[in-house]
Design a protein around this ligand. Sequence first.
Ligand code: URA
Length: 236
Amino acid sequence: MRLDAYLARAGLASRRESRMLIRRGAVWVDGEICRDAARRIHGEEVVVGDEPVESPAEVRDFILNKPVGVSCSNDQREAPLVFDLLASSLRNRSLLIAGRLDRATSGLLVLTTDGDLVHRLTHPARKLPKRYRIEYDGELAENSVECCREGLLLVGEDRPTRPADLELDAKGCATLVLREGRTHQVRRMIRLLGGEVLALHRDRVGALDLPQDLAPGELRPLDREERALLLSDNSL
Ligand code: URA
């Protein structure tokens, strides 16, 4: 595979951006800077900056900073879609979204070819914590924190929500940690408590924080350590 395609397929950058990285001398192949985008890679070590690039064949999990305004659907009628943000080489990799976000929600989204990872991240029995930063309008009920801890009966449902941790931050700002994922759950919980969500951002799943250097719309492979953090819930 050509070096520029190798970087793009590993999810590091688009093909065009990969060529720019190569031209800038940021890409090393077996210990030497390589400025030839057409160089064929057959098992050599590829490094960008200080980071070894995993072989694209092995990369199965990606983290995306989802921007507001894109849909997690597969249906082009709902475009723009999260899948439209991916390099074309990744679009035909049958990536699954592990734990969708609303169109109006931003933040940490995991895409993977691994159905088992989707299950482990989303199955309610696993109770994996997901943290949401909320900006809201209105006044929340005085006992909101207790209500979330005890569970809320959402409109149209017959089972209360699982215990969730609500923290009231500055006025109009709150943090909510959920251990399940019902449709529009944060928005519905805040509405029941007397507020209206203005902005919603997921910044942590399991023990993995959304990396500070991942700009909205950017995607990159998850390394092994990050994957382990994603599946661990010891820090919330
Ligand atoms: N809760 C919501 O209301 N929306 C999301 O996107 C995620 C959680």
